[in-house]
Design a protein around this ligand. Structure first.
Ligand code: UDP
Ligand code: MG
Length: 332
């Protein structure tokens, strides 16, 4: 991988910044060829406009289709493309983590972007400009969500609202499209947790940050790898990994319930001594189910946290690389 430094008369002595674009791919055979073309065109523009040398690192997240074969082909055809294949599907966050770790040796800053290029890849040029002028982390923020379905828009909005009350640092409408300098990636790699919610973790790193705004487009091919169930579990993960708000909420709800039940006891006793009691089947059943529901929810929420503690204490490795193509250390 030899950076083309020859046609760079003006600031030839300046070391060329190396930007690595990390792309997690899970069953993306339909979009990959199209996405690679667009990314390569963008990288040429990046070189022309900023002088930075760009490479692509594709992370195959245990795909079952021809994604890995395509990655091998790209790596054979282009010197700036490399790929790693994870031995198992680790999920978007896991694949990104693997990509970040692998990118450390080959670049000065990495940008994470989804394979479907719903996030405008040309934004990377602006991100790089901000990096070159001293920013460590540059967040890509969506301007609007016109292209998302109504359902996706509503669920995402609710998610960000809940997240923002739980953790005010979360950036509204920023997904995982961002640039991170090498030293911030290194800092992130020191986080030992296995329940990863990267956009929250990165925010806690600090360092100097910048923003670029862009319009998100619709997926051109293939389908979303985030069906509703996965989205829901990702949101629950985000909330429970990042805050104890649900615990506080359930405690508060429990206390309120206790207060209300005390009032009901007083009322019940009063009615009893006034001789007005009737066989209270309805109230009994209702309260039994209601309290039972509250207790179960409480136990469930506590269980989620215990589940997380369980996965954390196991300290299992995050991922294994099955194969690699084209990953070389760029010494320039
Ligand atoms: N992805 C992954 N592993 C998974 C699911 C998704 O690496 O288990 C990748 C996927 O290939 C894509 C990115 O994560 O590059 C985002 O997925 P998608 O575009 O389907 O999500 P959406 O945009 O619908 O939220
Ligand atoms: Mg997408």
């Amino acid at each position: 991988m030899k950076p083309e430094t020859l046609n760079q008369p003006s600031d030839a002595n300046k070391p060329t910044a190396r930007i690595c674009v990390v792309i997690p791919c899970y069953n993306e055979e339909e979009v990959l060829p199209w996405a690679m073309d667009k990314l390569q065109t963008m990288l040429q523009r990046l070189k022309r406009e900023t002088g930075a040398y760009g490479s692509l690192l594709l992370v195959d997240d245990g795909s079952r289709d021809r994604t890995w074969q395509l990655i091998e082909q790209f790596a054979a055809q282009h010197s700036n493309v490399s790929g790693i294949k994870l031995s198992h599907n680790e999920g978007h966050q896991g694949a990104l983590w693997a990509g970040m770790q692998e990118s450390l040796e080959i670049c000065d800053a990495m940008v994470s972007i989804d394979a479907d290029l719903q996030d405008d890849e040309n934004t990377i040029i602006d991100m790089t400009r901000q990096f070159l002028s001293g920013c460590d982390i540059v967040y890509g923020v969506r301007k609007e969500r016109k292209t998302d379905t109504w359902f996706k828009r509503m669920t995402a909005l609710t998610f960000y609202r809940i997240m923002q009350t739980a953790d005010p640092e979360i950036i509204y409408n920023h997904a995982d499209f961002r640039l991170m300098s090498n030293r911030t990636v290194r800092a992130l790699m020191q986080y030992p947790e296995r329940n990863m919610f990267l956009r929250g973790m990165v925010r806690q790193l600090g360092f100097s940050e910048g923003y670029v705004y862009y319009n998100r487009t619709a997926r051109t091919a293939g389908e979303s790898k985030y069906p509703f169930t996965k989205m829901l579990s990702f949101s629950i993960d985000g909330i429970t990994s990042f805050s104890t708000a649900p615990l506080k909420f359930i405690t508060f709800a429990g206390l309120t319930m206790t207060l209300i039940s005390m009032l009901i006891i007083i009322y019940g006793l009063f009615e009893h001594f006034m001789g007005k009691t009737i066989v209270g089947w309805t109230s009994l059943m209702v309260s039994m189910w209601f309290i039972g529901g509250v207790i179960t929810t409480g136990v469930g929420i506590v269980g989620m946290y215990i589940g997380k503690i369980y996965t954390e204490v196991k300290r299992r490795p995050r991922y294994f690389v099955d194969r690699k193509v084209g990953v070389k250390v760029n010494k320039e």
